[in-house]
Design a protein around this ligand. Structure first.
Ligand SMILES: [Zn+2]
Ligand SMILES: [Zn+2]
Length: 90
C-alpha cells in the first residue's frame, strides 16, 4: 500500500460511523450506523439497521401492549411512537 492509499483509507475510516447499539449494556456492535435516532431531545444514538429496528419494534410492542412507554433516561411517558422517537436515515 502506498502513502496515498493509506491516506484514503484513513479518510474513509473517519467518515464511517459505527453503530452505538449495545447488547446487555456492552458496546459490541461493529456495524456501520445507518439510522439516527433522536429520543425526544433527551438522547441521540446512531444505530445500524438491526439495532434500530429492534429498538423500534420493542417500542411498538410496549405502546400496543401498555398504551405508553417510559424513557429510561428522563422518565418521560410517551403515548405515541412519534412522541418518543424520530428516526432519520444517516
Ligand atoms: Zn448495531
Ligand atoms: Zn427521555
Amino acid at each position: 500500500m502506498n502513502a496515498q492509499e493509506s491516506d484514503f483509507d484513513q479518510l474513509v475510516a473517519g467518515l464511517t460511523v459505527l453503530c452505538e447499539g449495545t447488547d446487555d449494556g456492552k458496546f459490541s456492535c461493529k456495524n456501520d450506523a445507518e439510522w439516527h435516532l433522536d429520543y425526544h431531545g433527551c438522547n441521540e444514538e446512531l444505530l445500524c439497521e438491526g439495532h434500530a429496528s429492534a429498538y423500534v419494534s420493542q417500542l411498538i410492542y410496549l405502546l400496543s401492549r401498555y398504551g405508553s412507554a417510559v424513557c429510561s433516561k428522563c422518565e418521560k411517558t410517551s403515548y405515541k411512537l412519534t412522541d418518543h422517537i424520530r428516526v432519520v436515515k444517516v
